[in-house]
Design a protein around this ligand. Structure first.
Ligand code: MG
Length: 390
């Protein structure tokens, strides 16, 4: 029989005044559930979003659907954001692991949204268990950037998925077999941005006996490297059962909960979305290149320069994914989702809808907005599309 020994630590870092990260270290109804959430949003909004995510997970009953709980957290964050202007636009990343399976085949289920990460240290190797939902990670998957280049990229904090961003959230899940000696790490980007993976591996491998020492050492390494963001680290050790009296107090048994009812596959990662992601990244790039022939107005170029700075300074923000604008492609009006510019070659939009409306058919009031790539919400752009042509 296996049991778990966890330790979690969080710190606001050396630059930020508050800590928008939140963590769960087995204190929920399901004691085998561990999570890290990294909040997004100004003032205290990010803190609210990440703590809502953790509160919802705390309520999760053992065996109940993991993904459903994460979707519920998404809806709750959206609802609170809509009900209170101070929290409008808040969001959070989430990475969580839950242990279960059967006594013969113990397993860990991983779920994540955004760029908080999970790793597994096994047999001296550090295996990433999550792929960031971020623009640079998409570029790594498409072969346009190496992992090392991505780690240095100025737009590395731009995430493409978060809880609280949209009505529905897509959650990546994976199930993997667990064995004694496994060490799991969950962390926010305040660790993974500051400490290279090679160093994370060394620190985890250096103190095999208890999870507290490596967790504290990882935090110190992030702070020593500058600590520019909030840092959260959860280390969970999977150990072989020893007589009860020898065990330290913070441990918990892994119940054999059987299948959780989630839709994840029972072996390794679920069927990867990689091929389609790769395709869409490629095709988006080529579309965007064609569109450049239509030219971005001077105004848009000026705006782009401002927005690049804003985005560079805004941690993990995906405001653009819920914005729409119109452009022309070979004389036809096309609606795009995202933002009408490409900082450092990173396209921040994709084709959303074609209109069959020719440039010459566009009603006068809409000509300027098309030229200037005016930004709309989805409701607004749907109204505009209905009224666009003669
Ligand atoms: Mg962060």
């Amino acid at each position: 029989m296996l049991f778990l020994e966890p330790f979690g630590v969080t710190d606001e870092g050396k630059v930020r005044a508050n800590n928008e990260d939140a963590l769960l270290v087995g204190e929920g109804r399901d004691e085998t559930l561990f999570a890290v959430a990294d909040g997004i949003g100004g003032f205290e909004a990010g803190e609210v979003a990440s703590s809502i995510a953790i509160e919802v997970l705390k309520e999760l009953e053992p065996g109940a659907s993991f993904e459903a709980a994460i979707r519920k957290a998404n809806r709750r964050i959206l609802a609170v954001g809509r009900g209170d202007e101070r929290f409008s636009g808040m969001g959070t990343t989430l990475v969580a692991v839950r242990f279960g399976g059967t006594q013969e085949e113990p397993a860990a289920q991983i779920a994540h949204v955004g760029d908080s990460r999970a790793y597994l240290l096994r047999g001296g190797d550090l295996r990433p268990l999550t792929e960031d939902h971020s623009l640079v990670a998409e570029l790594v998957r498409s072969g346009d950037l190496t992992r090392d280049q991505a780690a240095e990229h100025p737009q590395k904090n731009l995430i493409t998925r978060a809880l609280g961003a949209e009505e529905e959230v897509e959650v990546d899940t994976a199930v993997l077999p667990v064995e004694a000696g496994d060490r799991f790490l969950l962390c926010s980007d305040g660790l993974s941005d500051m400490v290279p993976e090679g160093r994370i591996l060394e620190i985890l491998a250096d103190s095999p006996d208890d999870p507290e020492t490596p967790a504290r050492n990882l935090l110190s390494a992030a702070l020593d490297a500058g600590g520019v963001d909030n840092v959260t680290v959860v280390v969970v050790d999977v150990k072989e059962q020893v007589p009860r009296e020898e065990r330290s107090s913070g441990t918990r048994e892994m119940p054999a909960v059987g299948r959780s009812g989630d839709r994840s596959s029972a072996t390794g990662r679920p069927p990867a979305r990689e091929p389609s992601e790769r395709e869409s990244t490629r095709s988006r790039g080529s579309k965007a290149r064609r569109r450049k022939g239509d030219g971005l107005g001077k105004f848009v170029r000026g705006l782009a320069a401002v927005l690049v700075v804003v985005i560079a300074l805004t941690p993990a923000y995906l405001w653009g994914s819920s914005r729409y604008f119109l452009g022309l492609e070979y004389g036809e009006v096309v609606a795009y989702r995202g933002l009408p510019y490409a900082p450092l070659g990173l396209e921040l939009n994709e084709e959303w809808r074609r209109t069959d409306v020719e440039k010459s058919e566009v009603k006068t009031p809409y000509r300027g907005p098309i030229e200037n790539h005016k930004l709309y919400t989805q409701d607004e752009i749907e109204r505009v599309l209905r009224d666009l042509g003669k």
